[in-house]
Design a protein around this ligand. Structure first.
Ligand SMILES: Cc1ncc(COP(=O)(O)O)c(C=O)c1O
Ligand SMILES: [Zn+2]
Length: 436
C-alpha cells in the first residue's frame, strides 16, 4: 500500500489555524478542529496548507491529488489504486441511495435570466445548477471527503468501532448528511429544532437517521438548542459530520470541487474569463470553497457574498473590518470584534439564516483576493429572484436563488455602488437547493 507513483504528488501538505497558527500534519487522523480550540474558545479555524496551487481538473469522485483527504490517505501509505477503489465504491453506494452519484452538475448561460436582467449577448448570467446533484444541493460535496477520510482511517485499523456521525440542521445539509451516512451504512444523529417540518422529518426517517428534536432546556445558554446538543454529542465522541469549517475543517476540502468544475466547464465552452460570481451565504463554507476552487484559474472573478437584509452578519462584519482598518491578514485576530451573532434572523431564504457566519474568514479572504464585496439583498429582491429563477426553469428554493437576488440588488444600485455591473459582463450564480 505504499504510494508515491509518478503523478501522485499531493498539493495539500497540512493544516494551519488562521487564528493561532497551530499546525497539524497532513498524516494526522481526524483533523476536525484546531488543537487549541476549546468549549469556551471556539474562535479557531484550520485551513489547508497548499504546496502548490496549480489548477485542479478533476471532480469529487476521483482521488485527486488536490484533496486533503487523499493527501492524508497517501501519507499513511494508501496507494492510488486503493484510494480509487474506495472512492468508486462509496460513489456507487451514494448513487444507489440518492438516485445520482457525484458527477459534474450542469453549467450554462441562461438566455432567460440574461435577457430579463438586461445583459448583452457578449455577457450574461451563467448558472451552475446544483438542484439535480446528490441530495438536491451542494451540501454533499462538503461531506463526502469526511466520509472518505473516516473510511481511510478504518482501513488503517485505527477506528475499530464506528462512532455515530452528528449534524445539527433541518435543511439541505441534514439531508445530504443522512444520504451519505446511509450510503456508507454509518449511523447518524441529526439534531433538529422542534419546528422542523414533518415532511422533512419523513425524509430523514426514510434514510434511517436518528432524528433528535431539541427543545430549549432550562439551563441552556443562549443559542440554537440543536447546535448545543450537537456539540454535546461531539464532546461525547460523535463525529462532527457538519458543513461548518470551525467544527470540521475537512468540509472545506470537497466543497472546492464546485469551483474546479465551473473552471473546467468554462474552458470547455471556450470562455476564458468571468467577471463576477454571486453566491448565497449562510454559514459561509460554500462561498469559501467556491472562491478557493474558482480562484485557481479565475483569480480576478470578483466574489460577491450575498446575504438577506433580515440576516446579514457577514455584511456587517465586512463593514466593521473596514471601519477598524483591518487588512486581510489581520481580520482573523479580531474574530470577536468583527463577527457577532445576528439577533432574530428572518427571511424567505430560510436556509441561510445562520445567525453567525462561521466560515467568515474564508469568505473574507476570497472576496479580498478577487476584489469582490458582500451584498445585502432586500427581501423584495429575494422574492423577485425566486420567481425569476422559476420562470427561467430552475426548480430552486428561495435560499438557492438568493445569489441571483444579490445580482438583482447590485444591478439596481448601479453607479451609486462605485462598482457598477456592465451589460457585457459575464456573471455566475449558483442555483442550489431544490424546492421542497
Ligand atoms: C441551497 C443552499 N445554498 C447555499 C447555502 C449556504 O451555504 P453555507 O451555509 O455554506 O454558506 C445553503 C445552506 O446553508 C443552502 O442550503
Ligand atoms: Zn487555533
Amino acid at each position: 500500500m505504499v504510494s508515491s507513483a509518478a503523478g501522485d504528488h499531493h498539493h495539500v501538505t497540512g493544516w494551519r489555524c488562521a487564528v493561532c497558527s497551530a499546525v497539524v500534519d497532513i498524516a494526522t487522523d481526524f483533523p476536525w478542529r484546531c488543537p487549541n480550540a476549546t468549549a469556551t474558545d471556539r474562535h479557531h479555524l484550520l485551513q489547508m496548507v497548499q504546496a502548490d496551487t496549480s489548477p485542479a481538473s478533476t471532480g469529487i469522485s476521483t482521488p485527486d491529488a488536490h484533496f486533503a483527504w487523499a493527501g492524508h490517505a497517501a501519507a499513511n501509505g494508501m496507494s492510488l489504486a486503493d484510494r480509487m477503489e474506495m472512492v468508486s465504491r462509496l460513489n456507487s453506494a451514494v448513487g444507489a441511495v440518492a438516485g445520482t452519484d457525484f458527477t459534474p452538475t450542469p453549467f450554462a448561460r441562461s438566455a432567460e435570466l440574461s435577457d430579463a436582467l438586461g445583459f448583452t449577448s457578449a455577457g450574461g448570467v451563467w448558472v451552475k445548477d446544483e438542484t439535480g446533484g446528490v441530495a438536491g444541493s451542494q451540501k454533499a460535496r462538503h461531506l463526502f471527503p469526511i466520509l472518505l477520510h473516516l473510511q481511510a482511517v478504518e482501513a488503517f485499523g485505527r477506528l475499530p468501532e464506528r462512532p455515530p456521525l452528528a449534524i445539527a440542521s433541518c435543511g439541505n445539509a441534514a439531508l445530504a448528511a443522512a444520504t451519505l451516512a446511509r450510503a456508507a451504512r454509518w449511523p447518524i444523529e441529526v439534531y433538529v429544532p422542534t419546528w422542523m417540518s414533518d415532511g422533512f422529518g419523513v425524509q430523514l426517517d426514510r434514510l434511517g437517521a436518528d432524528v433528535r428534536r431539541c427543545e430549549r432546556l432550562r439551563d441552556d445558554p443562549p443559542g440554537d438548542p440543536a447546535m448545543l446538543r450537537f456539540r454535546e454529542a461531539v464532546e461525547g465522541g460523535a463525529i462532527p459530520f457538519t458543513v461548518q469549517g470551525p467544527e470540521n475543517a475537512l468540509c472545506l476540502d470537497g466543497g472546492r470541487t464546485i469551483g474546479w468544475e465551473i473552471s473546467e466547464q468554462l474552458s470547455s465552452a471556450g470562455i476564458d474569463s468571468v467577471d463576477r460570481v454571486f453566491v448565497q451565504v449562510g454559514g459561509g463554507a460554500f462561498a469559501t470553497c467556491l472562491g478557493a476552487g474558482l480562484s485557481l484559474q479565475h483569480p480576478s472573478a470578483r466574489l460577491h457574498a450575498v446575504q438577506t437584509a433580515g440576516c446579514a452578519p457577514l455584511v456587517r462584519a465586512w463593514q466593521r473590518a473596514k471601519e477598524l482598518d483591518l487588512g486581510p491578514d489581520e481580520v482573523a485576530h479580531h474574530w470577536g470584534q468583527v463577527m457577532t451573532v445576528w439577533e432574530q434572523p428572518q427571511s424567505l431564504a430560510d436556509g441561510i439564516l445562520d445567525d453567525e457566519t462561521y466560515d467568515w474568514i474564508g469568505v473574507f479572504a476570497a472576496m479580498a483576493a478577487s476584489g469582490g464585496s458582500p451584498i445585502e439583498s432586500p427581501e423584495a429582491d429575494v422574492i423577485t429572484a425566486h420567481e425569476l429563477a422559476h420562470s427561467a426553469g430552475f426548480d430552486v428554493s428561495a435560499t438557492g436563488s438568493a445569489g441571483l437576488a444579490g445580482l438583482i440588488s447590485a444591478l439596481r444600485s448601479g453607479a451609486s455602488s462605485g462598482d457598477p455591473i456592465g451589460a457585457s459582463e459575464r456573471v455566475v450564480v449558483v442555483m442550489s437547493g431544490i424546492e421542497r
